[in-house]
Ligand binder design. Sequence first.
Ligand SMILES: NC(=O)c1ccc[n+]([C@@H]2O[C@H](COP(=O)([O-])OP(=O)(O)OC[C@H]3O[C@@H](n4cnc5c(N)ncnc54)[C@H](O)[C@@H]3O)[C@@H](O)[C@H]2O)c1
Ligand SMILES: O=C(O)C(=O)C[C@@H](O)[C@H](O)[C@H](O)COP(=O)(O)O
Ligand SMILES: [Zn+2]
Length: 375
Amino acid sequence: MTVVDVAAGGNAYPVRIAAGLLDRAGELLAPYARGRIAVVSEDDVWRLWGARLAAALGSEGIEALPIVVPAGEASKNWATLGGVLDRLLALGIERSDHIVAFGGGMVGDLAGLAAALLKRGCGLIQIPTTLLAQVDSSVGGKTAVNVAAGKNLVGAFHQPDLVLIDPALLDTLPGRQLAAGYAEVVKYGLIDDADFFRWCEYEGAALLSGDPAARLHAIETSVRAKARIVGADERETTGRRALLNFGHSFAHALEAEAGYSGALLHGEAVAAGMALAMRLSVAEGLCPDEDAMRVAGHLRVMGLPTGIPGQAADRLIAHMRQDKKNKDGRITLILSRGIGQAFVTDQVPEERLRAFLRTECAGETITSPASDWRG
Ligand SMILES: NC(=O)c1ccc[n+]([C@@H]2O[C@H](COP(=O)([O-])OP(=O)(O)OC[C@H]3O[C@@H](n4cnc5c(N)ncnc54)[C@H](O)[C@@H]3O)[C@@H](O)[C@H]2O)c1
Ligand SMILES: O=C(O)C(=O)C[C@@H](O)[C@H](O)[C@H](O)COP(=O)(O)O
Ligand SMILES: [Zn+2]
């Protein structure tokens, strides 16, 4: 088993990674349970894997108390959060108890926020079931729901006490979801690890086709990168953690335009957003064109969207004005000086950003299964 420690929130917590870990959940969760433990999940994950988790917990005499919400990003909202909190209260969950988030990033963010709010904060354990959640959302303590004004605009930092990553859970994940999660893997290469981006170019296809070694390498490298950045800037105050938002200013605007529907997955939006961030960096004279082309080429080969034809630049800018990274009314972006050299800036005037987006929105469709989406 690989263990990566995340130093955040005053305490370090372990991220345990190994195929088959789900079946050891009873033994690993026993120190956090008192004969029973609430498990927040969603219907597809619970149908596929709920019995395995319940059996693993049962083997140590722990009763799983499932709270199951509908699958999909549309559940990451106030109403569902309220329902989860009511259920937790009805179950008599106490502040010293732990809640298990068992699902992808949607469940992780929703259950994480419920844990942050319940009785002003109870314990949280993440058992991520998508590639995206295993490489990104289960680690680092960001929790949130989407609201009418935008993506993730209401939330809290609430670190888990334990993260259990079982790559074998990805065996049932549909290919489109794997590819979407892969966008966040590529992100770590683009932030500050050019060698890892090169690894992605060589091994990304193996990872998506289910190769266990490639999968494990991608998860371990991603979790280590995330732990390093979160450890340096837990609450995104120095700018270091904001690097994890590479591609996200655009991505969140695109997701809002898609109405948080399954038409555009978060990871797909991040892929398009990263391609845009690279091209904007080129347009600003910051980054070699060949790097932007290399990134877009790789994402496209992996079945991810890299363009935004048919979108409305003004609408995207309106969403971007709500971004949490903005300060003093200036849009803050993560741009790039080249692969592995991302940085934070508020130096792109809104009018240049608008002109860039207008050109992009008027661009040609670049076809891939995911980029059929036109908003
Ligand atoms: N907190 C963070 O740091 C952070 C980081 C990245 C993304 N996010 C958030 O995560 C969310 C996206 O997460 P996601 O991509 O995991 O989406 P998701 O949680 O909606 O899961 C995607 C789909 O995969 C299905 N699924 C999950 N596990 C499965 C399995 N093992 N087998 C078969 N199907 C399975 C789900 O039913 C769902 O339909 C977004 O809300 C995003 O904002 C948060
Ligand atoms: O952990 C972080 O920090 C990230 O930015 C990771 C992102 O992949 C993730 O999508 C996150 O939820 C975005 O955070 P937000 O603060 O922009 O809502
Ligand atoms: Zn993300």
